[in-house]
Design a protein around this ligand. Structure first.
Ligand SMILES: NC(=O)c1ccc[n+]([C@@H]2O[C@H](COP(=O)([O-])OP(=O)(O)OC[C@H]3O[C@@H](n4cnc5c(N)ncnc54)[C@H](O)[C@@H]3O)[C@@H](O)[C@H]2O)c1
Length: 112
């Protein structure tokens, strides 16, 4: 089984990827735009599960990049955790939060 995890360098995404990799045959591809985290979680998971963890720096709002990701592998499932979560930040910049929350799922759907 091969799973795509968006927001894969984040808290929930990286823990989920780690739990998935406890199954011996599972591969995970993490995508993250690294807006709110660096790639250290991906590096750690790659070291823990050699050859079974892949990382691409991708913004889920970019449909072309997502198409490339989906053409690179046949995924059995997508776990979608890319997101923004700061209440105070959302009040200062609500448009960015709306843009990410609404079109991101559509980009994922249209890229498959
Ligand atoms: N942590 C919680 O307790 C909690 C609770 C309820 C809901 N959530 C939601 O779950 C999601 C993940 O939460 P988290 O705690 O792992 O957050 P997190 O910030 O640790 O991880 C989110 C990841 O998404 C990435 N990201 C942001 N915008 C992106 C984009 N456009 N394209 C690709 N990657 C992008 C960030 O760089 C980050 O690594 C969020 O949507 C959050 O609102 C979290």
């Amino acid at each position: 089984m091969h799973y795509l995890v968006t927001g894969g360098c984040g808290y929930i995404g990286s823990i989920t990827a780690s739990l998935l990799c406890e199954q011996k045959e599972v591969q995970v591809t993490l995508i993250d735009n690294l807006l709110n985290n660096d790639a250290s979680a991906a590096d750690t998971l790659k070291a823990m599960y050699p050859g079974r963890v892949h990382f691409e720096q991708v913004d889920v709002r970019n449909a072309d990049s997502l198409r490339q990701v989906f053409s690179s592998a046949q995924f059995d499932g997508v776990l979608h955790f890319a997101g923004l979560k700061s209440v105070s930040e959302s009040q200062i910049d609500p448009l960015s939060y709306c843009q990410l929350l609404t079109p991101k799922g559509m980009s994922l759907k249209s890229s498959r």
